[in-house]
Design a protein around this ligand. Structure first.
Ligand SMILES: [Zn+2]
Length: 116
C-alpha cells in the first residue's frame, strides 16, 4: 500500500557523473504532494494525512486507533522532508493551543450552574 502511494509519483531522471558522462543508473525522484516539488528518494516519506493520534490528544478507543493506523490509501501522501517538518510543527502548535484552550475552559465549565 505504501509502495503504491510512492509509485504514483515516481520518476527517473538521468544522473550524470562528476566528469559529465551519464551514469548507468538513473536517479529516482518522487513528487511531494504538498509542494509538488520533485525530490530524491531519500528525502521523501509516506505520511498519514490524519495523524494516527488525533491532535487534541484524546484517545478514543482501540478500534479507532487501529483504523487510523491501517488507514486507506487515500489517507496517505508522499511528502518531502521539508513539508513533513512543517506539518509536524503545525500539529505541535495546534496540540499546544488546544491544550491551553481546554485548561482555560475548565473553570468556566465547572462553574456553570444547571437549572433543573
Ligand atoms: Zn514538499
Amino acid at each position: 500500500m505504501v509502495r503504491e502511494v510512492l509509485m504514483d509519483g515516481r520518476r527517473e531522471v538521468p544522473k550524470y557523473r562528476k566528469d559529465g558522462s551519464l551514469a548507468a543508473k538513473p536517479a529516482v525522484q518522487y513528487q511531494c504532494q504538498a509542494c509538488n516539488e520533485w525530490v530524491s528518494s531519500t528525502k521523501v516519506s509516506v505520511d498519514h494525512i490524519d495523524p494516527v493520534i488525533p491532535v487534541d490528544n484524546k484517545f478514543v478507543d482501540w478500534n479507532t486507533f487501529i483504523k487510523r493506523l491501517f488507514c486507506s490509501k487515500s489517507n496517505l501522501q508522499r511528502i518531502c522532508d521539508e513539508c513533513h517538518n512543517k506539518k509536524t510543527q503545525a500539529e505541535r502548535k495546534l496540540r499546544k493551543s488546544i491544550m491551553e484552550q481546554s485548561c482555560k475552559d475548565q473553570p468556566v465549565a465547572s462553574g456553570t450552574t444547571l437549572s433543573i
